[in-house]
Ligand binder design. Sequence first.
Ligand SMILES: [Cu+2]
Length: 226
Amino acid sequence: MNKRLLGALATVAIGAAVIAGIGSYVANAKNDSGVLAATPAGTMETPQGTLPHATLAISVYPDSLWRDNGKGAHPGYVSYGPVTNYEVPAHSVITMTVTNYDGGESLNNDYFAHVRGTIDGSAMLNGERMTQISTDAVGHTFTIHGLAVDQDEFFVSVPMKAVAEEDMPEEGYTSKPNVTVFTFVTGGPGEYVWNCEYPCGDGSIAKFGHAMSTMGYMSGHFTVKG
Ligand SMILES: [Cu+2]
């Protein structure tokens, strides 16, 4: 991780608290919800040359009623799914598609409203290229980083646009999700974590409670496998 990035992260005090929480979460990995491995998809031209390509498609939901037939421990928690642990190949180019069915409020930090760490720093939102979204339209973020400062430099953060309030149904999931597609290059093998940097959980400390601090909802493992 480079110094500039480290500085930017250090300013996000609450985010740091979440990262500390993930430390204990990783220690509890035995309760894991399973792992989704990226699907090989041939090769792709990148600024680093032609690399093996793999894809990963996940979603974000406003609740966890879809999990365990609604009988899970926290059916009311916002959550990424179908699982929250992902595995991608090393030295490859990865295209992730995140379909967001959840709404949102306002992000407390402009840093995470920007796309970071992807090829050319952009992402596709509902088919249109973008590099950032308005801080008042962020539903969640997908932010991958190392746990330890001495780990390989690998940082990707993409904001997920919130579904408009009028498009959020009372029950079930919206028919107008926001679909974000982004592509990044992995380095060598390593164990990383990802988490959402948008304070989407309820509870104490500026909504960084509950879903944000409970394993398997807004955080998980991100394994780069050699
Ligand atoms: Cu979130």
